[in-house]
Design a protein around this ligand. Structure first.
Ligand SMILES: Cc1cc2nc3c(=O)[nH]c(=O)nc-3n(C[C@H](O)[C@H](O)[C@H](O)COP(=O)(O)OP(=O)(O)OC[C@H]3O[C@@H](n4cnc5c(N)ncnc54)[C@H](O)[C@@H]3O)c2cc1C
Ligand code: SF4
Length: 334
């Protein structure tokens, strides 16, 4: 049996109190929401914080509601970071406005994990790798790796860069919807577009400072008019992390010609990847078989999975155009 290392559990009643606790305990503390990822990682001794600061009981981090726009813009759907994935996927408001987000939340892990896991934890999820998500005993036998306790990467075989995979389901959809994350820390709050939140570094792949709390997600209500799709490839449909996730959103005109289109893939590299030049290729054209083929082929050329997940990278690459095609067909209404 894998046991947790000893730690002190704090239950602050407000964001300000949580931030103050983090300032007090510094590098020896971590925030925890549902704990569905952090707790197994602690059992594997990937993290050994002496203090866990619980966020799930903080009322300010709850709620799913529309907020009016400021300075003439069209308003946002606010989703509190401590809302569970079950709540996000079941909320009629989310299902009507942003069906792809509801789908993505409904396909994270299994039902028990979605009841505990939160959208905030999903956006802040640690990267994953075959050589990292293992017990201390297993990693020690291999000599550890660059991301934790070692000096070499067993995937790239160099000591330069970690390429562990971003493996969360909701961020690709949030990117295609133009969503942003609100981060609150000791020096106040800031809003960061989800498309700018991630960096290509498997060791720490977000721009969130360790003392910042992700307090809410904001999705522009204007994005509700976009046609949306989300597709996920995984080994067992009942529970597994994605081997590949695809999100697509498009604006079509009254003749079904593409005005704008965005595609994002993840599960391959250290951050979700926006597929490039889609809008230029597709603008003004009907989303028919020929265009779908062209966009799927572009996605294939841009994606080069590595051996960071146990499943064969060439097979995962071959699946990229298949899942991109399915997502595009969904958007086209096929
Ligand atoms: C068997 C299994 C299968 C899984 N399958 C999937 C899957 O298919 N897709 C998927 O996306 N995930 C999957 N997960 C991972 C996890 O369950 C989800 O990503 C979940 O949404 C994490 O949320 P949480 O609230 O439990 O995060 P936690 O475990 O509490 O935290 C995760 C990380 O985020 C930080 N954090 C949490 N909340 C905040 C916040 N508000 N502000 C700042 N930092 C924060 C924590 O410090 C920690 O580093 C799986 C997990 C397991 C055990
Ligand atoms: S990609 Fe390399 S450094 Fe990163 S977790 Fe995997 S083996 Fe370790």
């Amino acid at each position: 049996m894998l046991r947790l290392p000893p730690y002190q559990y704090h239950r602050p009643g407000s964001v300000a109190e949580a931030v103050a606790l983090m300032a007090e305990h510094g590098d020896d503390a971590m925030y925890v929401s549902g704990g569905t990822d952090l707790v197994p990682n602690m059992k594997h001794r990937l993290f050994e914080p002496g203090h866990l600061i619980a966020l799930k009981g903080i009322d300010e981090l709850k709620g799913i509601e529309e907020l009016p726009g400021e300075n003439g813009d069209g308003g946002v759907l606010r989703i509190g970071a401590a809302e569970t994935l079950t709540a996000v996927s079941a909320k009629p408001h989310v299902r009507e406005l942003f069906p792809a987000l509801a789908e993505a939340a409904a396909h994270v892990a299994g039902p028990q994990l979605r009841n505990a896991g939160t959208i905030g934890g999903n956006v802040c999820l640690d990267t994953r790798c075959t050589y990292y998500n293992q017990t201390h005993f297993w990693r020690e036998a291999l000599g550890f790796c660059l991301k934790k306790d070692g000096e070499v990467c067993h995937v790239t075989r160099t000591g330069k860069k970690c390429v562990a995979a971003h493996s969360a389901d909701t961020p690709p959809v949030l990117m295609t919807l133009g969503a942003s994350a609100v981060l609150t820390g000791p020096s106040g709050s800031r809003e960061v577009l989800i498309s700018e939140f991630f960096v290509a570094d498997g060791i720490v792949n977000t721009r969130r400072a360790t003392d910042e709390i992700l307090t809410e997600i904001r999705i522009p209500l204007a994005s509700a008019t976009r046609r949306q799709a989300y597709m996920k490839l995984r080994q067992r449909k009942s529970i597994d992390f994605p081997l590949l996730t695809v999100a697509v959103a498009a604006d079509l005109d009254e003749n079904d010609a593409v005005r704008t289109i965005d595609g994002v893939v993840t599960g391959l590299g250290s951050r979700p990847r926006a597929l490039s030049k889609w809008a230029e290729v597709a603008a003004g054209r009907t989303l028919d078989d020929a265009l779908i083929d062209e966009l799927s082929e572009r996605a294939y050329k841009q994606c080069h999975p590595l051996e960071n997940i146990i499943v064969d990278p060439e097979w995962r690459r071959a699946m990229v155009p298949v899942y991109v095609r399915r997502a595009l067909e969904h958007v086209a209404g096929a």
